[in-house]
Write a protein that binds this ligand. Structure first.
Ligand SMILES: [Zn+2]
Length: 129
């Protein structure tokens, strides 16, 4: 079983409220979803292939929408690096890593700048003499 019992009960209620389904039909859908697909919402085609379940294409599409909403990922964070303006999106953990990497890299660039300029200054002085 890929989905815990509590989630199955909530999904069962959600499907009953959002769609015009019988209790027996809803049971078949929740069972198929939890046994075969886990937290990846079944597509209308997958729903139409559930054994003993007789629903219309319209109902399958409506149920698929409900499943997709039910299992959808939490909304992504979107960040832009203030130095190079590169952007990334994803979980807080992912964008945090992105920002940390950019801060480290850009501070390295900034800190090594005086050394590079110092070398260039020497060359120009040497040329003018
Ligand atoms: Zn950057």
């Amino acid at each position: 079983m890929l989905i815990d019992e509590r989630t199955q009960k909530i999904l069962f209620a959600e499907l009953l409220v959002s769609n015009d389904l019988e209790y027996s039909e809803t049971h078949l859908i929740v069972d198929a979803q939890s046994i075969h697909s886990g937290h990846y919402a079944m597509s209308p085609a997958e729903l139409l292939h559930i054994r003993d379940l007789d629903i219309s294409i319209g109902t399958a599409m409506s149920v698929a929408d409900t499943l997709e909403e039910f299992f959808s990922e939490p909304t992504d964070e979107f960040v832009t690096c203030p130095v190079c303006f590169e952007s990334d999106s994803g979980t807080i953990e992912k964008v945090g890593h992105f920002l940390n990497t950019h801060m480290t890299f850009h501070s390295f660039q900034f800190n090594s700048l005086p050394m590079i300029n110092f070398g260039e200054g020497d060359d120009k002085k040497g040329d003018s003499e």
